[in-house]
Write a protein that binds this ligand. Structure first.
Ligand SMILES: N[C@@H](CCC(=O)N[C@@H](CS)C(=O)NCC(=O)O)C(=O)O
Length: 208
């Protein structure tokens, strides 16, 4: 299995899931800032959307959506418990978290990176940030409450959605969105960062 990723982007969550799975894989970094990176052309050819992650298997499968990649890897490595067994209510709950992280959390927090591309006017930028921040805080508050008394989203077991949430929540540092009012999230982030597989990925991506 081969994963194309860019350091610290959402594709890092697939990198973490692969590392947690214990399965053999190759991770290839794309450096968007380096126009001479030959793999940029590879990605543009493989994925017309031009986004990462891009994931390939030896059998010719290509996936380029976080949820699909993480679910595929988790199902291949069932002993790693990255998702509960198929057909169970726990699996449905885990899917619910995956959807929340992908379509709510990722898009609200990640959207804040685009503010400067949406307008050159600093007043417009400020008002966009205010409204995006309001939505992001609504999701952060929701997560913070759901994490009360729990180590991870589903309780004591780390699942793929935790890897994804960890990466997206990590963007708050770059976006200057304080997490100080969300102590459960702060402890959750520290707990995930301390996982050996997560630390290995953070080191490999130069994020430590
Ligand atoms: N729908 C995709 C979104 C992937 C995505 O947003 N990737 C971002 C990184 S977090 C990306 O590659 N952005 C580069 C770009 O848009 O130029 C998924 O959920 O996997």
């Amino acid at each position: 299995m081969k994963l194309y990723y860019s350091a610290g982007s959402c594709s890092t969550s697939c990198h973490i899931v692969l590392e947690e799975s214990g399965l053999p894989y190759e991770a290839i970094e794309i450096d968007w800032d380096n126009q001479n990176d030959p793999n940029i052309a590879v990605i543009e050819q493989l994925n017309p959307l031009g986004t990462l992650p891009v994931f390939l298997t030896e059998s010719g499968l290509q996936l380029d959506q976080n949820i699909a990649i993480q679910t595929f890897v988790a199902d291949l490595a069932q002993d790693s418990n990255l998702l509960p067994p198929l057909g169970t209510t726990k699996r449905a709950e885990a899917n619910n978290w995956m959807s929340f992280v992908c379509s709510d959390l990722h898009k609200s927090i990640g959207g804040m990176f685009s503010i400067r591309m949406l307008s050159n006017d600093s007043n417009v930028q400020a008002s966009l940030r205010t409204s995006m921040l309001e939505k992001a805080n609504q999701y952060l508050d929701y997560m913070n409450k759901k994490l009360e008394g729990k180590d991870y989203l589903m309780g004591s077991t780390f699942i793929a959605a935790d890897a994804y949430a960890f990466v997206v929540l990590g963007w708050t540092k770059w976006l200057e969105v304080p997490l100080t009012s969300y102590s459960n999230i702060e402890h959750y982030m520290a707990r995930i960062a301390a996982r050996p597989a997560v630390a290995r990925v953070m080191k490999a991506e130069g994020l430590l």
